[in-house]
Design a protein around this ligand. Structure first.
Ligand SMILES: Nc1ncnc2c1ncn2[C@@H]1O[C@H](COP(=O)(O)OP(=O)(O)O)[C@@H](O)[C@H]1O
Ligand SMILES: N[C@@H](CCC(=O)OP(=O)(O)O)C(=O)O
Length: 374
C-alpha cells in the first residue's frame, strides 16, 4: 500500500458524497437497493469508530420521477420545486436504512451563503460536530429551494469539499458512476486510462476532467476542483465508483481503488495553515510560563492546568488565542470546551475535569493537532 493510501485508511472523519448519476440509476428513480448497500457500509464504518457525514445528491432527479417529468426543467422555480419533492424521498430512504442499524440521521440543507456568513458558518459547524459526537449521521444537500443562480454551489462535489473544510474532515470520498478520474472522459475516449493517484493541486488534471452525464451536474471537472478545495484544510479526496462491491469498506481496508488526490503539503501542515488563516478568534486563554514552554518548546497540547484565566464567549470547537502572562499571543487553537465549562476547569489537573463538569470530553483544553504556534 502506498503512503497516501495509508492516510486514507487512517482517516477518522470522512465526508462521503453520493452523486446524482449514481443514486438515480440513470433516471429510473432512487436506486433503493444500492442505497441500502451504501448505508450498510457506512454503518459498519461507524461501528469501527469512524465519523461520517453523508452528502447526497438526487433530490431533483427523484422529484422529477415522483412528478412524472421526463425532461429536466430549465426554469429555476421548477427545478426548485422538483428538489423539494425529491428531498422527501432521499431522506426517507436514508432514514429507513440507517434505522435498520439503530442509527439516527439528520437532515442538513446548506447554501453557499451559509458558509460565507461568519455566524451561520459557525452554527453549521457546531451543529454538525455535535451531531457527530452524538453518533448521528448528517445527510447534507444543497438547500435548493432558496438558492439563486449567484449563490448556489450547483454541484455537490463543491459542497462536500466545503463541508470537509467546515468540520476539518480527514477525507472526502466522491462516489460516482466511473471507476475514478481518467486521463480523458471515458465516454468519448476509449484509450483513457484510470489515474490512481495525483496531487490535488496538479493543474494538468483540469484539462483531463470533463463535464457530467445527463443527471450529474459537474462531471469530473467539479470533482477535481473539489479536491483542491478539500486540500486547503488537509483532506485527501478519493474518487471511486459507488457500483463496486463494498467500495467504502475496501477503501478503509486499504484496497487500491479509484483516484486519490492528495494535498501538496502534509495534511497536518495544510490543516494548520487553514486553521491559522481561516477562523476568527472568539476568546483568549492566558497561559502560565510552564504551559507556554510545553507548547512552544516541546510540542505539547494545552492542558487546563496550565491556564491561569480566560476571557470571551467561545463555544466548543471555536478558535481561541493563547497568550503568555504578559498578553503576548503565542498560539491559536480550537478549544475542546466552551468558555463556561473551561472556566470551571482552568488551573485544575486533568484528573479533576470530570468531577468539575460531570463529564469529560478530552483531557486537553486545546489539542496539539488543532493548535498553531504564532
Ligand atoms: N476524465 C474523466 N474521467 C472520468 N469521468 C469523466 C471524465 N471527464 C468527464 N467524466 C464524466 O463525469 C461523469 C461523472 O460526473 P457526474 O455525471 O457529474 O456524476 P455525479 O452525479 O456522480 O457527480 C462520468 O459519468 C463521466 O462520463
Ligand atoms: N442538490 C442537487 C444536487 C446537484 C447535483 O446533481 O450534484 P452532483 O451529484 O454533484 O452532480 C440535487 O439534490 O438534485
Amino acid at each position: 500500500m502506498t503512503v497516501s493510501r495509508d492516510k486514507l485508511q487512517k482517516a477518522r472523519r470522512w465526508v462521503v458524497k453520493i452523486g446524482s448519476a449514481l443514486l438515480t440509476n440513470d433516471g429510473q428513480g432512487l436506486d433503493a437497493e444500492a442505497i441500502g448497500r451504501w448505508v450498510d457500509q457506512l454503518a459498519a464504518l461507524r461501528a469501527q469508530g469512524m465519523e461520517i457525514v453523508l452528502v447526497s445528491s438526487g433530490a431533483v432527479a427523484e422529484g422529477m420521477t415522483r412528478l412524472g417529468w421526463l425532461v429536466r426543467p430549465k426554469e429555476l422555480n421548477r427545478l426548485q420545486a422538483a428538489a423539494a419533492v425529491g428531498q422527501m424521498g432521499l431522506v426517507q430512504a436514508y432514514e429507513a436504512n440507517f434505522q435498520r442499524h439503530g442509527t439516527h440521521t439528520a437532515q442538513i440543507l446548506l447554501t453557499h451563503d451559509d458558509l460565507t456568513n461568519r455566524n451561520r458558518y459557525l452554527n453549521a459547524r457546531a451543529t454538525l460536530k455535535t451531531l457527530l459526537e452524538m453518533g448521528v449521521v448528517p445527510v447534507v444537500n444543497e438547500n435548493d429551494t432558496v438558492v439563486t443562480d449567484e449563490f448556489r454551489f450547483g454541484d455537490n462535489d463543491t459542497l462536500a469539499a466545503l463541508v470537509a473544510n467546515l468540520i476539518e474532515a480527514d477525507a472526502v470520498i466522491l462516489l460516482t458512476d466511473q471507476l475514478g478520474l481518467y486521463t480523458a472522459d471515458p465516454r468519448f475516449d476509449p484509450k483513457a486510462e484510470l489515474i490512481s493517484e495525483a496531487r490535488a493541486e496538479d493543474e494538468s488534471l483540469v484539462a483531463m476532467a470533463g463535464d457530467g452525464g445527463k443527471l450529474g451536474r459537474g462531471g469530473m471537472a467539479t470533482k477535481v476542483r473539489a479536491a483542491k478545495l478539500a486540500a486547503r484544510s488537509g483532506a485527501v479526496t478519493l474518487i471511486a465508483s459507488g457500483r463496486e462491491d463494498n467500495v467504502l469498506l475496501r477503501l478503509k481496508q486499504g484496497d487500491v481503488l479509484g483516484t486519490l488526490l492528495v494535498p501538496e503539503r502534509t495534511p497536518m501542515v495544510a490543516r494548520k495553515q487553514w486553521l491559522a488563516g481561516h477562523l476568527q478568534a472568539r476568546g483568549t486563554l492566558v497561559l502560565d510560563a510552564g504551559a507556554v514552554l510545553a507548547l512552544t518548546e516541546r510540542g505539547k497540547s494545552l492542558l487546563p492546568a496550565g491556564v491561569r484565566s480566560l476571557s470571551g464567549a467561545f463555544t466548543r470547537g471555536e478558535m481561541v488565542l493563547l497568550t503568555d502572562e504578559a498578553g503576548k499571543v503565542v498560539a491559536r487553537g480550537l478549544a475542546n470546551y466552551g468558555a463556561e465549562d473551561a472556566r470551571k476547569i482552568v488551573g485544575k489537573p486533568s484528573a479533576l475535569i470530570s468531577a468539575a463538569l460531570g463529564y469529560i470530553s478530552e483531557e486537553e483544553l486545546v489539542h496539539r493537532d488543532n493548535l498553531v504556534l504564532v
